[in-house]
Each structure stands twice: as C-alpha cells, then as structure tokens.
Ligand binder design. Structure first.
Ligand code: BGC
Ligand code: CA
Length: 299
C-alpha cells in the first residue's frame, strides 16, 4: 500500500497492461478486476492485500460474478460462464459478426441483473462495435450498433435513465430506460470531455446519483451531475491511462480505480512507474451497490 495523497493510495502495484472492469463483491469484500490483454481474472482481497490471479486463454473485456457462483465473462469471441474452481468456460453466445476485427469490452448489469456489454473496433476508430443486452434467460438482444469503443455504463438510482460511453466520441450519452423491458429510447448527449482531458472510459454512479468517469489519457476520474452536465470534482491520478472505477469497502465509500500501461512509450512508462496499478480513493460519498448477473435458465 502506498499513499499518494491524503485520500489516494496505490493498493496494487501490478503494472497491468489494461486493468479494467472493477466489480466489488459486498458479501465477499473483494474486488474483481480483469487485465484484458494479459487475459486474467483477478480477485483482490483488501483485508490481506492478496491478489488471486486466474489465467485465461482469451482476452477478457468484462467480468461479472453471477448469482449462481459462476463468472459471466465477455471473452474476445463471445460470452461465457466460467466455473471459478476449474476455469472451465461454458460458451453462451457470440452475436458479433466482426470477431476478427472487434473484441468485447466493458460490461455491467442493470438492477434486474441483465448483463449489458459492448464490443469495440480493435483499431479503435471504425464504427464496428455494438452494445448488447443478455437477459436472465440468456437471450441476447442488440441494442445499439455503429459503436467505436463501447465503454462505461451506469443507471440512474430510479432506473429511469441509462448512461453510456462510446469513448472516441468523447461523449457521455443518456437514454430513457425502461427497467421492465430493457428498452432504451431518446438518446441525448449529457457530457462532452474536452480533448485535453483524454477520452471517457469506464464509469460508475454514487448514492447521490452523480457519475464518476475514468479518463483514458486524461490522468483523472471526474465527478458529474448527469442532470445538469456540470463537473463537480476531479481526482487526479499519477498515471495518464485511467480505465474504470467502482465503489467498494464495507461502507461502499472507497472508489477503486483501475489503470493501464498500454499505449505508453518507454519514456512515459519511466515517468509513470505506477501505470497499470490499482488505486483507492476515499471518496467521502457512498456508491450504489454493484449488481451481479441473475441467471434463470429456461431448461
Ligand atoms: C479499451 C482500450 C481503449 C480505451 C480507451 C478501453 O476500455 O479496453 O482498448 O484504448 O478504452 O478508449
Ligand atoms: Ca473500459
């Protein structure tokens, strides 16, 4: 553990290529995260500072624990349920017609336990990606297409809005959300990140309904009021590629922040020795609890 400022500390100095997808398991008091390019699932226990690593054979864009004890994983070529004991992957579905040009990226569950996950162009600029929703019965629906890099997702506390990031657009979009049907309608732009502050990547929402957004290439996590589009605060990081964040800790008031070393030159890596580390920020506000995948097989 290394203190950076009064409120920010480095909890894991792992120099990950792309640490991503932090998910706090409140019952276990552990943080799940993935390194997309190293193809690993990680489970960090803050009480012991131990980080358990599970090595996969494919890139992993997102991981959400399922309520039945399995791990729902978006691997480079589709969605799988992984047995955490044997690491045996059970293939569910691959909706993506561009598998050799795209991969799965960020994903998260809405408060009914449906899994929303998107894909991205491997070259990061063509609109080859999409956003999908996997429901509890394992039926998959395409929700958006022509996405470049599908990234952060969050839902308002009343579940009436869904917030969504397509990174290269530098915009955060809002949709009206119907929690009963998972319909998204009325797309609008609520936030635009200035070019000098990188691109928006992962995000989460706190118990006051404010968004926390990781800036890839922008060395910060910023806090916003999604209703007014006003930036309320920012947390500066000693590394430029900040990928995602999630609330954790007993009181859900610690913001875990993942970062990446990928894309940095040798010189930048020397200047940012903590790149790819996992950080923790004493946020002073509580987060909204993470939702596991609810699975309800038909057969
Ligand atoms: C992707 C990276 C990408 C970054 C910034 C991440 O979610 O995994 O490959 O460079 O977003 O857009
Ligand atoms: Ca991301």
């Amino acid at each position: 553990m290394k203190k950076i400022t009064e409120k920010l500390e480095l909890v894991l100095d792992v120099k990950a290529q792309i640490a991503e997808g932090p998910f706090w398991d409140q019952k276990e008091q552990k943080l799940y995260w993935v390194d997309i390019l190293e193809k690993t699932i990680n489970i960090f226990n803050p009480a012991s500072s131990e980080n358990e690593i599970m090595q996969l054979e494919k890139m992993i864009g997102a991981l959400i624990p399922a309520e039945n004890g399995k791990l729902l994983a978006a691997l480079e070529d589709g969605l799988y349920l992984i047995d955490p004991e044997t690491l045996e992957p059970e293939f569910l579905v691959n909706p993506d017609p561009n598998t050799d040009q795209t991969r799965f990226n960020d994903g998260k569950c809405d408060r009914r336990g449906r899994f929303w996950v998107g894909t991205m162009d491997l070259e990061e600029n063509r609109p080859l990606g999409a956003l999908y929703c996997l429901d509890q019965e394992l039926d998959l629906t395409e929700k958006l297409n022509e996405v470049k890099i599908s990234n952060g997702l969050a839902w308002s506390l009343d579940n009436k809005m869904m917030y969504y990031i397509d990174s290269p657009t530098r915009k955060v979009f809002a949709f009206d959300y119907d929690l009963e049907t998972a319909q998204i309608t009325n797309k609008s732009v609520i936030i635009e990140i200035p070019e000098a502050e990188g691109v928006p990547d992962g995000m989460t929402i706190d118990a006051q309904g404010k968004l926390w957004i990781a800036h890839f290439g922008g060395a910060q996590v910023s806090r916003w009021n999604p209703e007014t589009g006003e930036k309320i605060a920012r947390v500066e990081l000693p590394v430029s590629n900040v990928t995602s964040c999630a609330f954790g800790g007993e009181n859900l008031d610690q913001l875990y922040i993942t970062t990446a070393s990928v894309g940095l030159s040798e010189e930048e890596k020397n200047e940012q020795p903590l790149a790819g580390g996992i950080f923790r920020y004493q946020a002073g506000v509580r987060g909204s609890a993470a939702q596991k995948f609810k699975i309800n097989r038909k057969s």
